[in-house]
Design a protein around this ligand. Sequence first.
Ligand code: APR
Ligand code: ZN
Length: 245
Amino acid sequence: MSVVDQISPSDPIVILTGAGISKESGLHTFRDPDGIWAKHRIEDVATPEAFARDPEKVLGFYNVRRSQMTESGVEPNAAHAALGELEAFWPGGVTVVTQNIDDLHERGGSKNLIHMHGELSRTRCNDCGAIVDGLGDLDPGMTCDNCSAVGTLRPHVVWFGEMPLEMDRILAALADCGLFMSIGTSGNVYPAAGFVQEARAHGAATVELNLEESLGASAFHEARYGPATEVVTGFVAELKARAAQ
Ligand code: APR
Ligand code: ZN
């Protein structure tokens, strides 16, 4: 029996997404053979120590990723759109918790959205914490408009060794959900990789929708493998039929 038959339309749904959901929109994942960590060392571009040591290199790395995200042709794909539609029709409510720092979920229609690893389109001052939207390319010579510090502006992105954002809100949603869906993530990075156990501990049905088995595959009640634009759209269609029953 599918998890779709086990849940009630009044059950809240929590959906965790990773880089795999944006792959068919043209953005790289991290750990696929052609992934970002095959070309860059995490210690060089995605830690607070790297930013202190070589801000030019770190800001340059994110400037390239930001321009790729805003490039023409990088659009939300059918999986993003299906999650936006699900949020609109599912009676129990939907919370998307994304590890992604791109803006494709917003552009795909998701509204109840938590960016636990931050957002590439936002900039934060390392000194005063002020957050600014849409600054574009960053360089170490820039001044914070809020505290006038120079060289403290960084992407509002969570680096390795830093705490993910909105964990209280995420854990509350996991404690309350009837269905936990994991899409396009390899299960390499905690705390996100542990969310399936958290949801199960509170009695939720769990499903993995991914191109291939993640490291946490055995923790899920059900799994469907294939490109997100196929498996996510198919699963959401079944939820739509379930909501209509
Ligand atoms: N459809 C569905 N899944 C896909 C697709 C696709 N078209 N293409 C790839 N995938 C899957 C891969 O099989 C893999 O399991 O997406 C997953 C991507 O895994 P990662 O590259 O590890 O990305 P992610 O899990 O999001 O990484 C988590 O690690 O580096 C940090 O902060 C970074 O948020 C990131 C975190
Ligand atoms: Zn500042």
